[in-house]
Design a protein around this ligand. Structure first.
Ligand SMILES: [Zn+2]
Ligand SMILES: [Zn+2]
Length: 346
């Protein structure tokens, strides 16, 4: 089969590789859609902490079951794949925090992923709720976007975005916009975004943000506070990698405000000096999030299927497997939103 294989940072090639063999209890998926994540771009350019070379990248995957070694699902069924393959028995798995499974393997990181004609899905993925039937009427490319939406659900579960909250999201890339749509769905009263790039600010406004401010403007802090009648935001979500977490940022929080550290930060921004007394007196919370759980993945599919969140509007480029670099460049240029590989030439 054909696959896009990353040998080392910067070295992505379309190669003929061995056809996959169905593992006991697992299945073979004919990949129909695999969307490109900013993490894929990061892996292509610089590597990533969980990435093992050589690797077929791609963790936002949907397709058709083409072979299976067990009872269900059946050959021909349309499924979306949770990117983690969990052990199902460790303490984290036992308490529904499967994204912290101690034996976690991840498609496109340390297992071959979806930028290929076929994907090998191991037994533990099938057994531990990683294979989800795609509801009727949902396109493969929409189902592939269930994974990034599920990561946003995880972050918003952790900071408890709820009815009436004012929310400020830094970064109007695909994740930031999914956060905006999800906050709205959870009943946020105000959804503001901070984005320096005009084209992304325009997209964010068109897709439903109430206000988009440029964080580069001198009056940014003042203007942002004005949006909340100087009370501050209940929730701030960081969906941008190049943002300092400092006292200025905390000054935008309302009493009992919560900050979601959704994006990983570069090392030079990861150890900030913060006035912890600000957090103490105002009862603020700073909460991390990384990945998602199978249950959140299923909720994402439900939200897409019910029409509550229209992820299809985020797709601004479709490419074939052979031109995957064009999709990577689209994601990197930041002049659109989501690129999806939808043609695998098989
Ligand atoms: Zn991703
Ligand atoms: Zn586990």
């Amino acid at each position: 089969m054909m696959a896009a294989v990353l040998d080392a940072p910067g070295s992505l090639a379309l190669l003929e590789v061995d056809d996959p063999v169905c593992p006991p209890g697992g299945l073979i998926l004919e990949v129909e859609a695999c969307s490109i994540c900013s993490t894929d771009v990061k892996m292509l350019r610089a590597g990533q902490k969980d990435l093992v070379f050589p690797r077929i990248l791609g963790h936002e995957i949907s397709g058709t079951v083409s072979d299976r070694y067990g009872a269900s699902p059946s050959v021909g069924e349309r499924v979306q794949i949770f990117p983690g393959v969990t052990c199902g028995i460790c303490p984290s798995c036992g308490r529904g925090a499967e994204n912290h499974c101690k034996d976690m393997r991840i498609f496109g990181f340390n297992l071959d992923g979806g930028f290929a004609e076929y994907l090998v899905v191991p037994r533990n993925s099938v057994r531990n709720g990683g294979v989800n039937l795609i509801p009727d009427g949902m396109r493969f490319e929409e189902a592939a976007l269930a994974e990034p939406l599920a990561c946003c659900i995880n972050a918003q579960d952790r900071v408890e975005v709820a009815e009436g909250d004012s929310v400020l999201i830094f970064g109007a890339g695909p994740a930031g916009i999914l956060h905006a749509l999800l906050s709205r769905e959870r009943g946020a009263s105000e959804v503001a975004m901070a984005e320096p790039l005009q084209v992304r600010a325009d997209l964010a406004e068109a897709l439903g943000a109430d206000q988009v401010l440029s964080p580069l403007k001198e009056e940014f802090l003042d203007d942002a506070m004005d949006l909340t009648c100087r009370r501050g935001f209940d929730v701030i979500i960081l969906a941008s990698r190049d943002l300092a977490i400092d006292d200025d940022l905390l000054s935008l929080l309302a009493p009992r405000g919560r900050v979601s550290l959704f994006s990983g930060l570069p090392t030079h921004l990861a150890s900030p000096g913060l006035d912890l007394n600000h957090i103490h007196y105002r009862e603020e919370m700073v909460v991390g999030s990384y990945g998602c759980t199978p249950a959140q993945n299923r909720r994402a599919l439900e939200l897409i299927s019910s029409g509550s969140i229209d992820v299809g509007r985020l797709i601004t480029k479709r490419v074939s497997l052979g031109s995957i670099l064009k999709g990577m460049e689209h994601a990197e240029r930041r002049d659109g939103l989501k690129a999806v590989v939808t043609d695998f030439g098989g």
